[in-house]
Design a protein around this ligand. Structure first.
Ligand code: NAP
Length: 278
């Protein structure tokens, strides 16, 4: 029987690339995408072992509907790859009043993962959380005024969401006492960035263009996190050289991730904001 994987944001970039490799490796893949047309195009492109189901991570009702549909239609999810994300977005609030990068990259991921947890436990499933080199640039956690425009910087906020993605994965592994396996992976800096409409300064854009790798280099650490027999969210899979080039290796996380008190604080804050805990 085929294994079942869910890939969020699977209609382009790294999500599509990982979904394509999983289909090739004999998985049945759920393409969890917010845009129906793009999701259906990806489904057509990947063939009969890919199925699009609508999921908007900025909307808690959409996440709950998606999770219910998975629970009703499929028994046991083997892999949840939390890939979808917003990168360097201008300040925006979601309908629910959350800043959009925090909402999609972190809150949405937290909600989706907790909603699918029973399903993942059934099959000793694995959660793979994407993060980024930018997590190392985050210097502290911020829980106050997260949804206010004053002093908002899109790059600082993106860094923070990647720190939170890693802290979440680490803490989830701890809180589930290893009943479900959790892994973290980051792709380095891949060419998929160039297709994005996001506002980045010209200097930053040309620097990214110069150092970025092809999408396969970024896809490999994620596949390693999905396929390795033993994993742990205490480290991240990443390209081996400077976290950008070469074959995947495991690397330490931002040192803030290892601080129990900070992870616990973040978890309690999130559980309260979303009204959802384990
Ligand atoms: N590329 C890199 O160098 C790099 C480096 C480090 C980390 N990452 C991380 O890797 C992930 C994928 O990166 P990428 O380069 O492939 O980015 P991308 O090409 O911009 O793809 C992002 C995906 O997320 C989806 N998405 C955005 N908002 C969503 C929402 N509210 N609900 C559901 N899906 C949503 C997008 O859907 P639409 O097409 O509808 O917008 C798209 O499918 C991101 O989370 C990013 O933070 C990337």
């Amino acid at each position: 029987m085929k294994k079942l994987a869910i890939v969020t944001g699977a209609n382009k970039g790294l999500g599509l690339s990982v979904a394509q490799r999983l289909v090739h490796d004999n998985y049945k893949v759920i393409l969890a995408c917010r845009d129906k047309t793009k999701g259906q195009q990806a489904e057509k492109f990947l063939g009969e072992n890919a199925t699009f189901i609508e999921l908007d991570l900025s909307d808690s009702i959409s996440i709950d509907n998606f999770s219910n549909e998975i629970s009703q239609s499929y028994s046991g999810v083997n892999v949840l790859y939390n890939n979808a994300g917003l990168i360097y977005q201008d300040f925006n609030l979601t309908e629910e009043g959350f800043e959009s990068m925090i909402a999609v990259n972190y809150f949405g991921t937290y909600r989706l993962t907790l909603k699918l947890l029973d399903n993942l436990l059934e099959n000793e499933g694995r959660i793979v959380q994407v993060s980024s080199l930018s997590m190392y640039l985050a210097r502290k956690i911020q829980l106050e005024n997260l949804h206010r425009k004053e002093n908002f910087s899109s790059s600082t906020r993106y860094n923070l969401t990647n720190l939170y993605r890693s802290m979440f994965a680490y803490e989830l592994e701890k809180r589930t006492s290893n009943k479900v396996s959790v892994a973290i992976a980051h792709p380095g800096i891949t060419k998929s960035r160039q297709s994005r409409p996001y506002k980045v300064t010209n200097i930053r854009k040309s620097a990214f263009t110069y150092i970025s790798t092809n999408i396969n280099t970024g896809t490999e650490p994620i596949l390693k996190a999905i396929n390795s027999k033993h994993t742990s969210a205490k480290k991240t899979y990443a390209p081996s050289v400077f976290g950008i080039y070469g074959k995947p290796a495991t690397k330490k996380l931002n040192k803030l991730v290892y601080k129990d008190d900070l992870r616990e604080k973040l978890w309690s804050y999130t559980a309260e904001e979303l009204g959802l805990d384990l």
